[in-house]
Write a protein that binds this ligand. Structure first.
Ligand code: S5P
Length: 259
């Protein structure tokens, strides 16, 4: 079976979509992707803060979005956010803290704005599992939110009716929600941005349920917008060169499908 389906030339360009959304961060991201010609997000799942900052500086020229898991840093210091923001400014990328909030509105509001990490102070984008209902979106008002509508992992419960309810919830909150974590395009609203993790150059899986799909499957066949790549880049012998390869593959795939 051929891995690459024939492209459907029906995608609006990121530039056109920037003018079709009133969400300021979605607009900013669409323009950034078009200017920088990249729809790559890298997942820097490393446990050392300096290692993360160095990698951010190395990979920064290739990416639109840098995804963090701040709670895996073993040597986190309160200046992490300002240091990362300086690198983001230098290389023009956005910071996405993959906190996956999942509680009632009151609790997630405290988790987002306070605690040790003070995510609201430095993250441009965050995400949430809307399992608790729309109160979680209310609690995260003022943020730029992605809802997890599907997951890349084997046996995920985020599918079918659940996924459809997440899409409806997102479309009802366009002032806060700017997109999805999903495996495919789920909404026809042009302002909504689809981010897909579980991507490598060849399909496959890891030993803990992660499933990998290819760049072309996600961007050409499934019409997602942004690929999120972690170990495919960070565990390569030369992460900078590997990021360049993913960046080119992802941008090519996007360009091929634009009407
Ligand atoms: O469904 C998901 C959602 C996310 S955000 N599957 C995922 O793998 N992720 C995240 O993407 C995960 O937390 C990790 O940071 C990244 C994938 O990393 P990789 O090393 O498997 O590419």
């Amino acid at each position: 079976m051929s891995k690459t389906a024939a492209p459907r030339l029906e995608r609006l360009s990121f530039l056109k979509r920037a003018n079709l959304t009133r969400h300021h961060m979605a607009q900013r991201l669409f323009k950034l992707m078009e200017d920088k010609k990249t729809n790559l997000s890298v997942a820097l799942d490393v446990t050392g803060q300096n290692q993360l900052l160095q990698m951010a500086d190395l990979l920064g020229p290739h990416i639109a979005v840098l995804k963090t898991h701040v709670d895996i840093l073993q040597d986190f210091t309160p200046d992490f956010g300002t240091q990362l923001q300086a690198i983001a400014k230098k290389h023009h990328f956005l910071i996405f803290e993959d906190r996956k909030f999942a509680d009632i509105g009151q609790t997630v509001s405290l988790q987002y704005r306070g605690g040790i990490y003070r995510i609201a102070d430095w993250a441009d984008i965050i995400n949430a599992h809307p399992i608790a209902g729309p109160g979680i979106i209310e609690g995260l008002k003022g943020s730029n939110l992605l809802l997890l509508a599907e997951m890349s992992s084997a046996g995920t419960l985020a599918k079918g009716a659940y996924t459809r309810s997440v899409v409806a919830m997102a479309e009802a909150h366009p002032e806060t929600v700017m997109g999805f974590i999903s495996l495919r395009k789920l909404s026809d609203q042009p302002g909504i941005i689809h981010f897909t993790p579980g991507v490598q150059l060849a399909s496959g899986k890891d030993s803990l349920g992660q499933r990998y799909r290819t760049v072309d499957e996600i961007l050409i066949k499934n019409h997602s917008d942004i690929i999120i790549v972690g170990r495919g880049i960070t565990h390569a012998a030369n992460p900078g060169e590997q990021a360049r390869i993913y960046r080119e593959a992802a941008w090519q795939a996007y360009v091929q499908t634009v009407a």
